[in-house]
Design a binder for this molecule. Structure first.
Ligand code: ADP
Ligand code: ZN
Ligand code: ZN
Length: 754
């Protein structure tokens, strides 16, 4: 395909560059240029050579030909980007609001070629009997936990990827070395591995699909072979066999010579899941993770581009794997908020996946035990095909859920954060040497510092939030801002009145831990929250220590409830279940139900049945009731009625506009002017295409990093109307007096409050 003119975006990150410039293509380059290539072009008054991306091609000049400059050359070594991904970027820019550059940087692999890291495989060098003997031997000494973990995995799988064992089993290089010296294993580089000719498929028994799973896979195959590419919503409790359905659907796609992307939130992607995929699909699979360096990611994308890989598993960004013939995108745990990007463009992986699938005639499978209200609604509306798996594949009962009314505890004189019932159950577990998870809803409730004499709360000087108290890992206690990182030494006197009666309040995880320790002095407690997991492998270290029985109780925030399997956990205590019900956004109920259900799912994963205690001040709240019954349908019906009533997503599309400025007056004026402008436009629009404007409002946190904030909410039945409004608004902003430093940020169908 040759073209006379190309649209080029200049390769620098600057808002004003959010424009494509048209260039003429010299005859010598015409056959070689294609969409997505990186080229050298003269730019600006001085005609300095800059690199740019081809984001459009055509034979029509858009302006005076005699003034048009020419493409100088093609940049070698650049990564060829499929036109499809560039089109996807253009769609993301229009839908979510960003510059084309920002959108492109989101979908395109990193440019730099960095030295490839060597792929290594770990293989058992002794036979199974000998291995079992070693295992017994290692088991005698508690310091051999890591050895035991690695040897067990090797005995089960024969060989495993080195990096996977490092990250997901948390094995240190030292441990590999010691087992190597003891003659138990060998570590092979990729070349050695290939030369040894041992590329045997990992074998192992795989379950035969039950008739419910088979029916779904059959339906998928029928649709797929008819080129009827759909979106399926697979709703099934944890353990109902969704992953098996994904794998068999992927088989259908591979049989057709096409490729598949599987998105799984990082925290839910366990060693077992990775090995299951490898067992089923062998080597033609690659795993991405968010900790990969640019070079590692580049390598993986390169393998994909060369056609060495058919399946990619990874978090949100794996969606942009450059497969040339993508046939299926699976999104597991589709309700997870981590699928929505926090960076600009604030895209949602679910919507973007559906768009990408549409562009490449691929199908989409969304899976969840607690589907997002949005997806369930779309399925109800007939946009998605609803699939249900109603039984657990390996039959097991759901945990037993008890609700404790904390108001009654208070009436009975119990001022502790732990109800009598929960204390009793914890004591029981300690006696039986079983484990408990204590889940503290929301990290935001860390302790703040206030004065008992004058009521002063110590706030961050840059943000409208209180500072939180920390004494973990520091010699001196500190006050820290969670929004900007500001910190100061803990004060002994009130900065406002000088009183010494200043102290900390609130219920952070640290304080929960302290209270448990006080009540159960012999209990071994681990804590997992943002502070204890800062290091590179912070999560894994704590989780594997707990899995190995190094503690009786694990206390933590949300991060302990996702995806982990602890067979010895038979009690889950949920403190302050209702806290998250009262955050300021429309998704509060959905998030709470999801958290409670997930937390409940952590109890009784092993042989023994589990008990879940939900402590709440509002036992009659519909979300709490639905969580007690573990009844998604009940939750959904109530929730969708509320969304309909208040015209919230998914019934209406909603755009949040966040306006910021260093001057409070400016931000207020800008927000008001914007609201007025939108209202006037809306008057002319008539009722059919109605757009509702709410605000300006002052968000819960009215200042962050010295920037004052205001928000506007814009709602419409059709998402398209909001993208139109957004584009008009962007032009309006650009045309306005540039004297203010006001900035506007857009968030379409937000998943969090402001
Ligand atoms: P989900 O993805 O819904 O949580 P999985 O696919 O992980 O469920 O299945 C849960 C467990 O049940 C796994 O150990 C899996 O091997 C097993 N399993 C799945 N399908 C079957 C089946 N048809 N027969 C027996 N075991 C199965
Ligand atoms: Zn004071
Ligand atoms: Zn701050």
């Amino acid at each position: 395909m040759s073209a006379r003119y190309v649209d080029i975006i200049i390769d620098i990150s600057h808002e004003a560059i959010d424009r494509a410039f048209q260039y003429e293509v010299p005859v010598s380059l015409r056959d070689r240029l294609s969409l997505g290539m990186q080229v050298l072009v003269p730019f600006g008054k001085g005609n300095r050579l800059r690199t740019g991306y081809v984001i459009g091609m055509g034979n029509e000049p858009k302006w005076q030909i005699d003034k048009m400059k020419s493409v100088q050359d093609i940049v070698e070594q650049q990564i060829p980007v499929e036109g499809q991904l560039i089109r996807l970027a253009a769609w993301m820019r229009d839908t979510y609001g960003s510059t084309m550059y920002q959108a492109l940087m989101t979908v395109m692999p990193v440019k730099k070629k960095i030295r490839a890291i060597e792929k290594k495989t770990v293989r058992l060098t002794i036979n199974l009997q000998e291995g079992q003997l070693r295992l017994l031997e290692y088991n005698r000494n508690k310091r051999n936990r890591a050895k035991v973990r690695l040897l067990k995995a090797l005995l089960e799988h024969g060989e495993i990827p080195y990096e996977l064992a490092r990250q997901k089993l948390n094995i240190s290089p030292n441990t590999f070395e010691r087992l190597k010296e003891e003659g138990v294993l060998e570590v092979l580089t990729e070349t050695q591995y290939r030369q040894a000719g041992t590329r045997k498929r990992l074998t192992g028994p795989e379950p035969k699909l039950n008739h419910m799973q088979q029916a779904l896979v059959d339906e998928f195959r029928r649709d797929y072979l008819r080129q009827d590419n759909r979106v399926y919503l697979l709703y099934g409790v944890t353990g109902s066999g969704k992953t098996e359905v994904y794998m068999h659907a992927i088989d259908v796609v591979l049989e057709q010579g096409r490729q598949a992307i599987v998105l799984i939130p990082e925290i839910a992607l366990t060693f077992q899941t990775v090995m299951r995929f490898r067992r089923h699909f062998g080597e033609r699979i690659t795993i991405l993770n968010s900790r990969m360096s640019d070079g590692e990611r580049y390598d993986q994308f390169e393998r994909i581009r060369k056609g060495e890989v058919d399946i990619v598993i990874g978090p949100r960004s794996a969606l942009f794997a450059p497969f040339s013939d993508l046939g299926l995108i699976v999104i597991d745990e589709e309700h997870e908020n981590s699928y929505k990007s926090d960076n600009i463009p604030k895209y949602h992986a679910r919507e973007t996946a559906i768009k990408r699938a549409e562009m490449s005639h691929a199908s989409v499978i969304l899976g969840s035990a607690t589907p997002s209200v949005t997806s369930y609604y779309r399925a109800e509306m007939g946009e998605y095909r609803l699939w249900e798996l109603t039984q657990r594949a390996a039959a097991k009962d759901l945990a037993h859920v008890e609700i404790v009314d904390m108001r009654k505890e208070l009436q009975n004189g119990n001022r502790s954060r732990f109800s009598e019932r929960l204390q009793e159950l914890i004591r029981e577990r300690l006696e039986r040497e079983e484990q408990s998870l204590i889940f503290m809803n929301r990290r935001g409730y860390a302790s703040f510092v206030s004065c008992r004499s004058c009521g002063e709360v110590v706030n961050c000087p840059h943000c409208q939030v209180s500072l939180t108290y920390h004494d973990h890992n520091t010699a001196q206690p500190k006050l820290i801002c969670h929004y900007c990182g500001y910190s100061e030494p803990y004060v002994q006197r009130c900065p406002a009145c000088g009183s010494k009666l200043i102290g900390r309040f609130g219920t952070g995880t640290q304080m929960i831990e302290a209270e448990i320790q006080e009540r159960f002095p012999t209990a071994r407690i681990l804590r997992m929250d943002a502070d204890t997991t800062k290091g590179k492998d912070g999560h894994e270290t704590i989780l594997s220590a707990f899995a190995e029985g190094k503690a009786d109780i694990l206390v933590g925030t949300q991060m302990i409830v996702k995806g982990h399997d602890f067979p010895n956990v038979t009690l889950v205590g949920i403190l302050a279940a209702d806290l998250s019900l009262h955050s300021q956004d429309y998704m509060a109920g959905e998030r709470t139900f999801d958290l409670l259900t997930q937390a409940a799912g952590r109890a009784g994963r092993g042989a023994r049945a589990g008990t879940v205690v939900i402590q709440t001040y509002e036992p009659e709240h519909p979300v709490i009731e639905a969580a007690q019954c573990q009844d998604y349908e009940m939750f959904y019906q109530n929730e969708i009625a509320y969304r309909k009533l208040l015209k919230y997503p998914p019934v209406y599309a909603m755009l949040v506009i966040l306006i910021t400025s260093e001057r409070e007056r400016d931000v207020q004026e800008m927000a008001e002017a914007m609201a007025e402008f939108l209202c006037e436009r809306n008057l002319q629009n008539g009722p059919e295409t109605e757009v509702r404007i709410i605000g300006p409002a002052v968000p819960v946190i009215s200042k962050i990093k010295d920037a004052y904030r205001r928000i506007l909410y814009v709602k419409a039945k059709e998402i398209r109307r909001l993208t139109e409004e957004k584009q008009v608004l962007e032009q309006w902003m650009a045309a306005r007096n540039p004297q203010t430093d006001c900035k506007a940020y857009f968030d379409l169908n937000p998943v969090k409050g402001y």
